[in-house]
Design a protein around this ligand. Structure first.
Ligand code: NAI
Ligand code: MG
Length: 400
């Protein structure tokens, strides 16, 4: 097979260091690839007025597979203030390049696995019978619709007259909001389409089948949000019946799910939800397995094959300039393992995951978050592993 080319997009802040260390791990595991660097992030906003330059889009169009670190986003006014002087009169408005990537490539399938590692001191524990302590083994994969719903961007404050007039034809709007002046109304829409809903549901069922999960849970709120959540659940029932009869279909409400999260997280397998509820439920589960240092994700478009793999965390600017980097690279390394699965290098992914698991369970090398320290430059002197030491420990384990 031809050698692969991976588009590496380090972005800002700690994105750079975690991606650099991850590539070392990939190389040590025997993954043979070329890396081309894609410019993305704050630096390119400031210098060029575009945090997602066209040349980066071209690279992804050509090579399809991207590894992304993290970017920094800042509010509108700050973004404008940092723009190069010669660009200030060009009416440029900052928008997040990772959202831009999702939209441009239609990366509608977001996958966020949350699997606890044995021996991770950050694992969720709960009280069991007779005052015992239980540590449930969490192994959940969240499928989040990534392009529609409440994050679809269709929203207004003081909506245009046609929009307001159209809404006034809905009896509930007339009754509940009709007396409020238009200028005092803000609206964010939650649009679901059958096509995208079917795609995320099928991706979830397919994953359950391929990886042996016994259930798919639709986590929405169909009893209240009847149209969008209702459509998703109805479609799930039909898809399950006709295409995946061997997999159980469960239905939970997002609010109740957040409560059950800590009661019986080990009962869930694959969870599927719309954009916002998927975001919420995946952060909830990530908290049970160690938080941001462990939360990985994939965003893909199965039609075009374009896929971008990234940790859930951001650029953590407060740690970005430490002389010795202290952040945990595991979320990025795990994201790279998802990439390996996606491009059918499952053996290499398994090898890396095995080393990560061994390093964690041995407990000799732990980053500051795993030691429950407050992130400060002196954590390394106090016994925490640096980013590089953690990556090196994983590499050493692979070679041992
Ligand atoms: P963040 O995820 O960057 O950091 C929050 C806190 O989590 C950090 O202060 C640190 O204590 C901890 N943390 C994050 N990553 C860690 C790691 N690998 N190991 C150990 N601890 C870790 O989120 P925050 O502070 O809200 O945002 C910072 C910047 O990142 C903002 O500009 C924001 O817009 C951006 N951001 C970018 C994302 C992306 O690129 N996909 C996602 C989230 C935020
Ligand atoms: Mg989030």
């Amino acid at each position: 097979m031809a050698k692969r080319t991976i588009v590496s997009m380090p972005g800002d802040g700690i994105g750079r260091v975690v991606l650099e260390e991850t590539i070392k791990v990939l190389e040590a595991a025997g993954f043979v690839a070329d890396y081309v660097e894609g410019d993305i992030g704050w630096e390119f906003w400031c210098k060029e007025g575009n945090p997602l330059p066209e040349r980066t889009i071209k690279l992804l169009e050509e090579h399809k597979i991207g590894l992304f670190g993290a970017i920094t986003s800042k509010p509108k006014d700050e973004a404008f203030a940092e723009l190069a002087p010669e660009l200030k009169d060009k009416n440029l408005v900052y928008s997040s390049p990772i959202v831009g990537l999702r939209q441009y490539f239609g990366l509608d399938i977001c996958t966020r696995p949350c699997k606890s590692y044995i021996g991770n001191p950050l694992n969720f524990i709960r009280r069991g019978p007779n005052n015992t302590i239980e540590e449930p083994a969490v192994d959940v994969v969240i499928f989040r619709q990534n392009t529609e719903g409440l994050y679809g961007g269709v929203e207004w404050t003081n909506p245009p007259t046609q929009v307001h007039d159209a809404l006034m034809t809905h009896p509930k709007f007339r009754q509940n909001f009709g007396a409020t002046p238009k200028e005092e109304v803000s609206i964010s829409t939650r649009i679901f389409t059958k096509k995208a809903t079917g795609r995320i549901l099928r991706a979830a069922f397919e994953h359950a089948r391929s990886y042996g999960y016994k259930s798919v849970t639709v986590c929405e709120k169909p009893n209240v949000i009847r149209e969008t959540s209702g459509m998703m659940y109805k479609m799930a029932q039909q898809i399950q019946k006709e295409e995946y009869p061997e997999i159980q279909l469960w239905n939970t409400n997002i609010d109740a799910q957040m409560m059950w999260l800590t009661k019986n997280p080990e009962d869930y397998g694959v969870i599927v939800a719309g954009n916002m509820f998927g975001d919420i439920v995946s952060d909830g589960f990530a908290g049970l397995i160690g938080g941001l240092g462990f939360a990985c994700s994939a965003q893909s478009n199965p039609d075009s094959g374009v896929a971008v793999f990234e940790p859930t965390h951001g650029s953590a600017p407060k740690y970005a300039d430490y002389k010795v980097s202290i952040v945990n690279p595991i979320a990025m390394i795990e994201s790279a393992c998802m990439m390996l699965d996606y491009i059918d290098e499952k053996n290499i992914a398994a090898k890396i995951r095995k080393s990560v698991a061994e390093v964690i369970s041995e407990g000799k090398v732990r980053t500051y978050d795993m030691l429950k320290m407050t992130g400060r430059p002196d954590v390394v002197e106090k016994g925490a592993a640096s980013t590089q030491e953690m990556a090196q420990a994983i590499i050493d384990k692979m070679n041992s």
